[in-house]
Design a protein around this ligand. Structure first.
Ligand code: AVJ
Length: 327
């Protein structure tokens, strides 16, 4: 993978830690008793396009619900941030939701999108610079789950951290607490944090959101095997695996799996892996919280809990956190 800087009309990208190694993750993950590969690897070019498609599906309520909340309350969410302010988004992707916040900000503010995809950073910087000519876009290429370093000159500015999309749900509670803490450490001292969190609801609706009728989520999940075949000399017979989404109410999480229909051997980078019929690779967790559960977790991470914005149906929540204690 090319690791050059992102070129924008403003400044090149600043690099954080290197991307996780796909090969290591797959070989280690397929060697476990419960085979498992981290959901971060679902997002190659095809996977990202399929996820984009998921966000428009009738069953997948999170994106449109969060978008409605952001569009209704953006002014409140960023109130008080002056012209010397900084908006830092972790895992910014295409920065579509960010536009609601940016349109409420003063000329001169700096926007720092953080993402592993340099092409996504570049395209977002181009589009946002065109739409907001006074915005200073300063991309940082890096994986937000590693410690992020803000550009030196921004470290003492008032800031708002932004982490939409319920991406926090991909992390189990202990990792989610660690991640919330690392965002607090990365941000300037007097910062606000705005985070989108999917809420608990009937299992039927949750499962439908992760197992849509059109099969887009199935294609998204199965694409991981296509990616392994292409990038890691794999010989997965993709047709012999099926997508499964289950809700575990005790853990409060949706699990996605790729289930082998038959007993078979698969090879990746010259290593052999055996599957029994019905055996699965666990590919994603998507944790759901009540607003109170999330607030408690944010508190455990060292944040104070502020305002809470939801939709009328309380399907999705956007939380304000503040006053992270660096201690
Ligand atoms: C991007 C992690 C928020 O968990 O809902 C969507 C990913 N996986 N459908 C989610 C996803 C299957 C999504 N997040």
């Amino acid at each position: 993978m090319r690791r050059g800087g992102v070129q924008t009309r403003h400044q090149g990208a600043v690099h954080a830690a290197p991307a996780d190694d796909f090969a290591d993750a797959v070989l280690a993950g397929l060697s476990k008793p419960q085979k498992a590969i981290s959901s971060q690897f679902l997002y190659d070019a095809r996977g990202s396009a399929l996820f984009e498609e998921i966000t428009g599906l009738p069953e997948y309520y999170p994106t449109r619900t969060e978008t409605a909340i952001l569009s209704a309350y953006a002014a409140e969410m960023v109130d008080g941030l002056g012209a010397d302010g900084v908006l830092v988004e972790f895992g910014s992707g295409s920065s579509v939701k960010t536009e609601f916040l940016l349109s409420q900000l003063r000329p001169g503010v700096v926007y720092v999108p953080v993402d592993v995809s340099e092409s996504a950073l570049y395209e977002a910087a181009q589009r946002l610079s065109a739409r907001f000519p006074t915005l200073d876009v300063r991309p940082v290429a890096g994986n937000f789950s590693h410690p992020i370093r803000l550009p030196e000159d921004l470290k003492a500015r008032p800031a708002i951290g932004f982490f939409p999309g319920s991406t926090i749900g991909n992390f189990g509670p202990p990792d989610a607490v660690r991640l919330l803490r690392s965002f607090g450490r990365a941000l300037p001292d007097v910062s606000r944090f705005i985070i989108g969190v999917d809420l608990k609801k009937e299992a039927r609706r949750l499962v439908a959101a992760y197992n849509d009728r059109e099969g887009v989520t199935a294609a998204f999940n199965l694409n991981l095997l296509v990616r392994i075949n292409r990038e890691l000399a794999g010989d997965f017979d993709v047709e012999s695996f099926r997508h499964e989404a289950i809700y575990d109410p005790r853990a409060g999480r949706i699990e996605m799996h790729l289930v082998s229909d038959v007993t078979q051997d698969v090879h990746v980078l010259g290593c052999r892996f055996r599957f029994k019929a019905g055996e699965s690779i666990h590919t994603e967790n998507s944790y759901k919280y009540t607003a109170e559960q999330f607030r408690e977790m944010a508190g455990a991470a060292g944040w104070h809990v502020g305002r809470l914005w939801t939709d009328a149906n309380t399907d999705f929540s956007v939380h304000e956190l503040f006053g992270f204690g660096k201690g």
